[in-house]
Design a protein around this ligand. Sequence first.
Ligand SMILES: *Cc1c(COP(=O)(O)O)cnc(C)c1O
Length: 420
Amino acid sequence: MEVETKCLHEGWKPKNGEPHALPIYQSTTFNYDSTEHIGDLFDLKAEGYFYTRLANPTVGFVEEKIAALEGGVGCMCTSSGQAANMIALLNIMGAGDHMICASEVYGGTINLFGVTLEKLGIECTFVDQNAPDSELEKAFRPNTKLVFGETIANPAISVFDIERFANLAHRHGVPLIVDNTFATPILCRPFEFGADIVTHSTSKYMDGHAVQLGGAIVDSGNFDWKDYPGLTQPDESYHGVTYTETFGKLAYITKARTQLMRDIGASPTAQGAFLLNLGIETLALRMERHSANAQAAAEFLAAQPEVEEVNYPGLKSDRYYELGQKYLPKGASGVVSFSLKGGRGAAVKFMDSLELASNVVHVATVKTCVLHPASETHRQLSDEQLVAAGITPGMIRLSVGIENIGDIIKDLEKGFQAVR
Ligand SMILES: *Cc1c(COP(=O)(O)O)cnc(C)c1O
C-alpha cells in the first residue's frame, strides 16, 4: 500500500460483521477469566489490554496506523506532543547525561530540554543546524546520548538535514530523534534518511482540525542499543526483563510503554484516538492542498514590497530550497513565515486586519491562521534565543489552510492595505 491508502486502511481492519469505523473502547479496564492470565499480562508474557493508562484498543489501532505510515516497527501515542518528546528522551537518558539539539526547534521543546530537563540533571547543547560537521563534532561528549531536530522547524521553517545528522549521531554511537510534526509522514519519512526515532505532535496536521491534543513516538527498530544499559540490563521494576533480549527490534518502544507510560501516565484517551484516526484518514489529501496553497501564498508574499523576507522551502530563493527538494519533494507543507519591513508594530497591525485568517495560538490546521511568535508562543525566550530560533520581532507565522487560495490571498491583501 502507498501512504495515501495506508491513511485509510492501516490500523483497524474490520472482519466480517464488525463496525466499518474504528470503535471507541471507552473503558479503563478489561475483563479476564483468571488471575493467572492477568499475572501473565503484567509479566509481559501474554499480549492483551488490561488498563488504559498502558494501552487501549482504540489507541492501539491508531498506533499501528502511524507506525505503518512512518515505516516503523512500533508506535506509542501520548496525551500531547510535549509528552511524546519528553518520554522519547527519558527512555534513554537520565541525570548526568547530555544531548544535542538543533536550536531552531519549537519553543516549547526548547523550554522542556533547556530548563525542565536540566533541573532533572540532563544537559542539552543547542547547536546551529547549518554549522559544518567539524563544528558540530565539538558538541559531542562522552556522555552524549542522543541528537534531536525537527524536519521542518516551527516557526523558522528551516529544513533539517536528517541524513547528515543521522551520520553524525551514528559516528558517535547515539540515535537521531526527529520531530516530524510539520512534514507528517505524507511529505517526509525520516527513517528513510537514517533517523532512528520519530516523534509527533499529532495536535497539528495529523488531527488537522484543531480538536484533540496528542503526540506519538515511532520506533524504526534500527538502532543498536548496546551502549544503553537501561535497555540491555534487567529492569528491576519489571521483574528483571531485559528489553533488547525479550523484545528485539521493539525494545525501545516497549520500554517507553511498560516503564515510562506506566510511571508518567501521559496517556491518550480512546475518544481522542478516534478523532485522531478520523483526521489521519484525510491526511494525504490535506497535505497536498496545504502544500499547494502555501506555495501560492509564499509566492504572493515574496512579491510584496512591504515584505522583508519569506521563509518557505518551496521558494527557489529560499535558503532551504535544496534541502526541501531532497526531503520534501511532494510539497513543503502548509506553514510559511514572513517578516514585514515595519517590524513588530507592522506585524501586529497586519494580523489584526485579517478577517478570514484566525488569530490563534495554533498552527497546521484546516483553517488558515496566523500567529506572532515574538509576542505569543515564543515570548518566554530571550532576544538571543529568538535569534537562535530563527525568529525576528516582525515575523508572522502563517499557517495556510485548505480554503480556496483566492480567498486566502484576498485576505492577505487586507493586511497589506493596513500597513501601506
Ligand atoms: C506543537 C508542537 C509540539 C508540542 O506539541 P503539543 O501537542 O502542543 O504538546 C512539539 N513539536 C512541534 C514541532 C510542535 O509544533
